[in-house]
Design a protein. Structure first.
Length: 320
């Protein structure tokens, strides 16, 4: 479907109220119009992330992160083509393949749609030779990993523990950390040990959180210089860090107190098209678990909640 033959409307998936997957509804709404400095993108792929489940359930409203509304948009990641640039946008032309990130929570439409409007500053060219489905898995999780590593501010040769290293954020964190010259210890289950070693992790430790600190300190005496806690283990991950080290969590609300002089930080994602373009040029490992049509959003939410996926579920509006 194109803007020319869409009759001024598009399909989108929204949450009517909050609760289980029964609140998800496919609706027909007017095409969004790009304002100055914005781009309308024809969506070819939109990734399903845990934050979408938290939005749909009402957890973000309960946590004070967004206001309650009768209709809430879902979806942060997008890959597609530029449909219409807004006034003043010269960096992107109609028909250009792009990826982008929506970082506003309190909106009526997200990327679970046939079209989405984003600020041009949140958009980057699609990696050459990468399918829209694969490319859509990069923005949210890749930027989260990169911005978390920026917050840790480590030097080449420093040791870093990545918890949940086989996850979407964790996998990117391992790859990016290795590229920055860090020595990575990956917390991972036996099933995924070889995978994270292939990403560059020099050492691995098991998933038993109660034994994490002791296991890490056996391989890194005195503890690691820092931890990027994608699994939200909190104090159990902090115990693996040396005195006056650093801790960053990508699981908001799980940061422990700064015991032993350890610098602690909760990383809140922000859209950054320039940084996203840099990530897209690195050839990072992009993992897709499955592709579903837009109307399959409820099933995608159910499958993500069940766990055990390797890679992300992606919605493709053109898939019927």
């Amino acid at each position: 479907m194109s803007a020319e033959n869409a009759g001024g409307t598009m399909r989108a998936v929204v949450a009517r109220g909050y609760g289980g997957t029964e609140v998800l509804e496919t609706v027909t709404v007017p095409l969004p119009e790009p304002g100055p400095g914005q781009i309308r993108i024809r969506v070819e792929a939109a990734t399903v992330n845990p934050v979408d489940l938290a939005t749909r359930s009402g957890a973000l409203v309960e946590g004070g992160l967004m206001a309650a509304r009768s209709c809430t948009g879902l979806g942060w990641d997008v890959a597609g083509v530029v449909d219409r640039p807004g006034a003043g946008v010269t960096a992107f032309a109609p028909g250009e393949p792009v990826i982008g990130l929506r970082d506003l929570l309190d909106v009526s439409l997200g990327t679970y749609a046939e079209y989405v409007v984003l600020d041009a500053a949140a958009v980057a060219p699609t990696p050459p030779g990468v399918s829209p489905v694969a490319a859509a898995t990069l923005p949210l999780n890749g930027l989260t990993a990169a911005q978390s590593l920026d917050a840790l501010d480590l030097a080449p040769g420093d040791t870093l523990l990545v918890t949940g290293a086989a996850g979407a954020v964790g996998g990117f964190a391992v790859e990016l950390a290795v590229r920055r010259g860090l020595r990575v210890v990956a917390q991972v289950g036996a099933r995924d040990r070889e995978f994270v070693r292939g990403l560059g992790a020099g050492r691995t430790v098991g998933r038993d959180a109660s034994a994490l600190a002791a296991e890490v300190r056996r391989v890194i005496p005195g503890g690691v210089d820092a931890v990027l806690d994608t699994a939200g283990l909190g104090i159990r991950a902090l115990a693996a860090v040396r005195t006056r080290g650093a801790y960053v969590t990508a699981a908001v609300g799980t940061a422990p107190p700064p015991l032993r002089g350890i610098r602690t930080h909760e990383q809140w994602i922000s859209a950054d098209g320039v940084a996203l373009a840099g990530l897209a040029a690195l050839g990072l490992t992009l993992r897709v678990a499955d592709v579903l049509p837009l109307e399959g959003a409820a099933r995608a939410h159910e499958r993500l909640a069940e766990g055990g996926l390797r890679g992300r579920l992606v919605l493709a509006p053109s898939t019927h």
